[in-house]
Design a protein around this ligand. Structure first.
Ligand code: ATP
Length: 254
């Protein structure tokens, strides 16, 4: 399938909207000698929920990893609040206000729920501040509160997912990167995660969401970018994309 660029505004455009919270400009990322992103341009404004959708291996997670500093761009740049963070160390990026809940949960299995959460606030030097943040996460995810002292490795998959998201929230991010938050969850827990995305959006947090469940993703996002083999091939309002079955079939196989 040949990629058809359907997104005229931002594709390849060096100057994105001045109010953008995050901009990727001609972003190239490789794993060793294997290129995974071949020039991605996108822009997100404060308060938006934006979804990245596309087939497996299209480059969505790689994009998030580059934004959160886990991978260095080989070309192009990542601008956050107008300044470059491309290639900055991951801990400094957290300090900038960006947190990621990774695809494979990555909780520390031999640590308790509380200890996992507290580590998410490692930049917060006040114990009272950490406690306050833990309290907020427990309020949002009461199940984690019930399992306060339980070792993370003994939680169910869904609970570990909640914990990974809770830990990302502990840094009180301005921009939250969620990689496959519903992966492996029961329909009820997946619904809880998407309700949570709506809720944090209502509190002004900007969200960049990678999600295989396209229907869910497009029901919480305002806009979406469609990826194919390391490139963006379309950008649309989420509602419009949800109705565009031809495009979804072409790039997502239905
Ligand atoms: P998925 O939903 O399957 O994770 P994705 O769109 O998030 O898909 P990426 O994980 O970003 O895709 O992968 C983009 C490309 O980079 C793929 O070709 C993949 O095989 C490759 N890739 C991803 N991670 C690695 C890695 N750690 N080492 C080498 N290549 C990788």
């Amino acid at each position: 399938m040949s990629p058809v660029l359907e997104r005229p505004a931002a594709a390849g455009a060096p100057a994105a909207a001045p109010e953008a919270l995050l901009e990727l400009r001609d972003l190239h990322v490789s794993y060793g000698k294997t290129a995974a992103l071949h020039g991605v341009d996108l822009a997100i404004t404060p308060g938006e929920v934006v979804a990245l959708i596309g087939a497996n291996g299209a480059g969505k997670s790689t994009t998030l990893r580059a934004i959160s500093g886990l991978l260095r761009p080989t070309r192009g740049d990542i601008l956050y609040k107008g300044h470059s963070i491309g290639g900055m160390a991951a801990d400094r990026i957290v300090g900038e206000g960006i947190a990621q809940s990774p695809e494979e949960r990555h909780v520390w299995p031999a640590m308790s729920v509380y200890e996992n959460l507290a580590l998410g606030a490692y930049l917060c030097k006040s114990k009272a501040g950490v406690e306050e943040r833990v309290g907020k996460v427990y309020q949002r995810f009461p199940r984690l509160k019930e399992r306060h002292k339980q070792l993370a490795g003994t939680l169910s998959g869904g609970e570990q997912q909640m914990l990974a998201i809770g830990r990302a929230l502990m840094s009180e991010p301005t921009l939250l990167l969620l990689d496959e938050p519903s992966l492996g969850l029961s329909p009820r827990m997946a619904q809880e995660v998407f309700d949570f995305v709506r809720e944090i959006h209502a509190h002004g947090v900007t969200v960049l969401l990678v999600e295989q469940n396209v229907h869910h993703a497009l029901s919480v996002a305002q806009r979406a970018y469609v990826y194919e083999t390391g490139r963006i091939v379309a950008e649309r309002p989420a509602g419009e994309l949800l109705r565009d079955t031809a495009l979804l079939n072409a790039y997502l196989g239905g």
